[in-house]
Design a protein around this ligand. Sequence first.
Ligand code: KIV
Ligand code: ZN
Length: 507
Amino acid sequence: MSERLYVFDTTLRDGEQVPGCQLNTVEKIEVARMLEKLGVDVIEAGFPVSSPGDFNSVREISKAVSEPVICALTRAVEKDIDAAADALKLAKRKRIHTGIGVSPYHIYDKLKSNPEEIIERAVAAVKYARKFVDDVEFYAEDAGRSENEYLARVVEAVIAAGATVVNIPDTTGYTLPQDFGAKIKFLMDNVPNVDKAIISTHCHNDLGMATANTLAGVLNGARQVEVTINGIGERAGNTSLEEVVMTLRCHKEFGIDTNINTTLLNKASRLVSSLMNMPVQPNKAIVGRNAFAHSSGIHQDGVLKNRENYEIIDPKDVGVDESVIALTARSGRAALGHRLELLGYKLEKEALDEVYQRFLKLADKKKDIRDSDLLVLVGDMDSHKKSFIKLKQLQVMTGMLVPTATVILKFGDNERMATATGNGPVDAAVSAIKSLINDEVVISEYLIQAMTKGSNDVARVHIQLESGNRHAEGFSAHTDTVRAATEAFIDALNILNVTEKQDKKSK
Ligand code: KIV
Ligand code: ZN
């Protein structure tokens, strides 16, 4: 039986502080509900005194979510604690997270104080917060750069004052794994009442060490980790939830585990990325687009023989349907043959050799080889043609009137027109296109990125579509954002080989 590690998610507080990542209350509730399904133990929902919007979000999340503890951040200041207690009033399970800086930088330069006064303020804040709630977490800000002996005195004092959890943040992401692990061990060995509270880690990623530091903390006695989805957060970010959770699942020898339903990790990652407008780097561990994509011939051959030759995680365990064998100029016959089999073509060795030679020539010119390209290579021009959708014309009306779009699509030689309205011009264009196709498709991700700056900038649009259990990604870039989005949508439809809806009126 594994020992339990508590997961404290701060996507909606430390993560949401990132410029451009701000969410409205409805979006925050959507993320909070996803975190609840994921099985996190604590949701840090905001910093109520900082703005009426944050106050309201903490209050609404407290009503919407019942399983995890809802936590609100404060400084070691009575008016902050009053606001947090008020915002948490309706929460079924609640926690106030209060704290103060404990490193020489914070004590002398930021707070213009001295070590003894800091301990007094810390104790007073914890005692004051305990008047409102039974569960009080204390954060020793910049603990990563604090002196261990002094930190131990602070931790002992706040536990004696009633703190149930003590957070040891590496606020600036300065520490190294062995030092952070040693710091937690020092506290476990030198704070006499440490068994009366849970020690928590809260690591930032300025040197790319957040996950390693967090795990070092856990291996030395911490039993709560403060993390965010996709590792979003201040500057280089916070510790990523999915990395810590999956490391513990992969390394069962530690005997420590969380309550996380890992099959929802990919879905949670995509939700946070799209709502916060923060693309996930393709090579991000666990949730990046390439995390289960194999492109070199040797790896592809190995994965096709036994997935575990090159994968330590079964993609299904994190909610990814299957590993991706990306067809590129470095792919071998095995990968090509496998993909052709999935498309319904079982070729004999000689035929495969011949198609493989044609494939290599094409792959040298074209980075992204799609199923429709393979169908052409094996001579199935017809099915390629049938699914080949082109945007011939796009006209949108937007502004203060109901957004309306008219599209003319070419399905091979067949031309079709449709008009639809929507909540914006992109939504209208997508609805018009959907009215012309056979398959049910759902947009599971929609990202727009500016390439540089300025109103004449090029918008890059990335759309992910789902149709049953298949999914495809479409891209486009254009100075006209609506056109880029419409073309990206069509790009993904082509990858899914979507066909035209039959209609007697079509010309
Ligand atoms: O990084 C940090 O120290 C924090 C605290 C407010 C917990 O985010
Ligand atoms: Zn932080």
